[in-house]
Design a protein around this ligand. Structure first.
Ligand SMILES: Nc1ncnc2c1ncn2[C@@H]1O[C@H](COP(=O)(O)OP(=O)(O)OP(=O)(O)O)[C@@H](O)[C@H]1O
Ligand SMILES: [Mg+2]
Length: 454
């Protein structure tokens, strides 16, 4: 065992015998014959564990206990007492003692208790370290960033009113919209309530309604049993409508009704079901433009627009690149179990010059790929994907025709996809190619943030 024990007891032989025995087991031990000396030694020596007798001349054990809190709060205190004063021992527990021991104390019992107390000490230390890590100022809810616009967003999230207002989160792909939505949920929803996400762009139009509102057995072919929809599952919590712009107009009306009435109509149901979920919606484009174009209902827009959070693209907060990079190098090295100590300045310069159309997701993926090919101890420029680090110089003009065409194709596809809110079928039809070709191109060209896996 490794730790420091302080024994406060007026009974000389008990005190000195115990001290001798615990020292044999590897503990450091300090002794005090009375409470005053005990308190002084506790302050000076900072023991891990304290054994304190309750019946002593001078100040009593209970008083020592009370004052120990101010002198040496991290110590774990056991009070030692005879049967006759068991009430006092219980009083001691109320005042913060960890446990009590009855005299005569059996040495093996004592050792077992000390050993457990030392485990508690180790756990407490670990919790303290973790807390410190979690509350690192640059990192909240997993959102890394010191840029003033990000700090402002974090500040806004923590100050959201308690009535759980609807929130629209807008930003390019990979800027952290979902991360922000989850933060809003963590801060504002009662514990135990769900965060339920529905990606409106990823689901074919005719299925969105059944996903959103659920259905009753027999409502349509294949509805073999009742199924709860996302809205109902999010009751009391948050429903995250990802890419809300992709929701068909007909459904937008039903959604508005559900939000206003706080009840939903599962497909095939006779009666509405109460369901009250706070809505957080994400969009890549400004919904105002969609309202103007007539693809988004104005009344729904105003219902959702209680709070609007606009996430800046990474290229407008380049100052955060080193921080986010360091965050992912640290996290991914641990996950992937590779030894990497950091990023070479030359590589960092190139990464900071790049435009990051796929934003933070693209940065994260780049770090992951680089760690896979990493040879030495630090990430060098050549470890990163060529089109990212080469971009620093090529950004203005690609000399080689093939590269220039590729770069143009990639950018064009990204743009069209973004305009279609990530909806691949629509994007393919606008591009005049079929869906399979679009998928292949996304993969080949590495269109940021839209890997086939996602
Ligand atoms: N500020 C940040 N700090 C650290 N990681 C971040 C930050 N913002 C986003 N990320 C990470 O980047 C990735 C993309 O974030 P997220 O899924 O929230 O983006 P998004 O805006 O919803 O993208 P999309 O529009 O493509 O769905 C996630 O892995 C997320 O953890
Ligand atoms: Mg998202």
């Amino acid at each position: 065992m490794n730790g420091h024990l302080l024994i406060i007891d007026d009974e000389d032989s008990y005190r000195e015998d115990t001290a001798r025995l615990v020292r044999k087991r590897g503990l450091t031990c300090t002794t005090a014959p009375d409470g005053t000396t005990g308190l002084r030694l506790a302050e000076e020596r900072r023991p891990d564990v304290i054994l304190c007798d309750l019946m002593m001349p001078g100040i009593s054990g209970i008083e020592v206990l009370d004052r120990l809190g101010g002198v040496c709060p991290e110590a774990i205190v056991f009070v030692v007492t005879a049967h006759a004063t068991i009430e006092t021992a219980i009083e001691a527990l109320r005042r913060g003692a960890h446990d009590y021991l009855l005299k005569p104390v059996l040495f093996e019992d004592l050792l077992a208790k000390i050993s457990r107390a030392l485990e508690v000490r180790d756990l407490r230390r670990e919790v303290r370290t973790l807390r410190r890590e979690i509350s690192r100022p640059e990192e909240t809810f997993g959102i890394v960033g010191q840029n003033p616009r990000i700090r402002e967003i974090l500040d806004l999230i923590t100050r959201l009113p308690r009535n759980r207002p609807a929130v629209i989160v807008r930003g390019e792909t990979g800027t952290g919209k979902e991360l922000v939505a989850r933060a809003v949920h963590l801060v504002g929803d009662p514990p135990g309530k769900r965060f339920v996400a529905l990606n409106c762009a990823a689901i074919p139009d005719h299925l969105i309604e059944s996903e959103l509102f659920g259905y009753r057995k027999g409502a349509f072919t294949g509805a073999i049993e009742d199924r709860e929809g996302h809205f109902e599952r999010a009751h009391g919590g948050t429903l995250f409508l990802d890419e809300v712009a992709a929701m068909p107009l007909s459904l937008q009306a039903k959604l508005l009704r559900a939000i206003e009435q706080k009840e939903i109509m599962p497909i095939g149901a006779r009666d509405p079901v109460p369901a009250d979920a706070r809505i957080v919606a994400s969009a890549q484009r400004d919904l105002r433009d969609l309202v103007k174009e007539g693809t988004f209902r104005q009344d729904l827009f105003y219902r959702l627009l209680v709070v609007e959070i606009v996430l800046p693209p990474l290229r407008e907060r380049r100052d955060d690149i080193p921080l986010i990079l360091e965050h992912y190098v640290r996290r991914l090295t641990a996950e992937m179990k590779v030894g990497c100590e950091g990023v070479e300045p030359d590589a960092l310069r190139a990464l900071m010059a790049y435009s990051w159309p796929g934003n933070i997701r693209e940065l994260r993926n780049a770090v992951e790929r680089a760690l896979i090919v990493l040879k030495g101890k630090v990430l060098r420029r050549e470890d990163f994907p060529r089109d990212i680090v080469a971009g620093a110089e090529e950004a203005v003009g690609h000399d080689e025709l093939r590269l220039a065409v590729r770069a143009y194709e990639r950018e064009h596809i990204r743009q069209v996809l973004a305009e279609c809110g990530g909806h691949r079928e629509r994007a393919a039809s606008r591009l005049g190619i079929d869906r399979a070709t679009l998928y292949r191109k996304i993969k080949d060209l590495g269109v940021p943030g839209l890997d086939a896996a996602e």
